[in-house]
Design a protein around this ligand. Structure first.
Ligand code: ADP
Length: 150
């Protein structure tokens, strides 16, 4: 059976930290599906379709990595794409506290779903989408935080 991992997130925007997790994850799995969660209640800064385009063109030569968008429960979507694994990144204990409860909830929905964590590369640990948004909001160049230009 093919080992497929879903890497779910908001990716508002997709950063070098995310790319690091995806690329290191792709060495563990046959396929990594980057799932951009669309939540109508959450106002985004960078549109889902823009991120989808940027990520898919960035990985166009890598047959193991693709991005898709989804709505609804992450664990249900994992089943739709035949993923038995969820891939998440961990930067610090705050991430751990949050991820721990999310992983338990996801297993409650789909008990075959294992969440696999990859520890951030130290040089990328300080990057967060929220900080990138803040800088962008104040007209700072954010391209050094992203794997592609926006
Ligand atoms: P969410 O809204 O679900 O938290 P994000 O887009 O913020 O989605 O993050 C998706 C995943 O990427 C999470 O597992 C998060 O911990 C991880 N992540 C975010 N930034 C980094 C980084 N700099 N290094 C490693 N992992 C990261």
């Amino acid at each position: 059976m093919k080992k497929i991992a879903l890497f779910p997130g908001s990716f508002d925007p997709f950063t070098k930290g995310h790319a690091d997790i995806v690329e290191r994850g792709s060495k563990l799995f046959d396929e990594v599906v980057i799932g951009i969660g669309e939540n109508i209640k959450k106002k985004r800064f960078f549109s889902v379709d823009l991120m989808l385009d940027k990520i898919n063109s960035y990985y166009k030569n890598n047959t193991k990595i693709r991005a898709v968008k989804y709505t609804g429960l992450t664990a249900k979507f994992a089943q739709e794409v035949n993923a038995n694994f969820l891939l998440r990144g961990l930067r610090n204990t705050t991430d751990f506290e949050f991820e721990n409860s999310v992983a338990q909830a996801n297993r409650h929905v789909f008990d075959q779903l294992e969440t696999v964590f990859i520890i951030t590369s130290p040089n990328l640990a300080f990057i967060s989408s929220s900080v990138v948004r803040e800088l962008y909001n104040y007209n700072q160049n954010i391209n050094s935080f992203l794997p592609f230009d926006l």
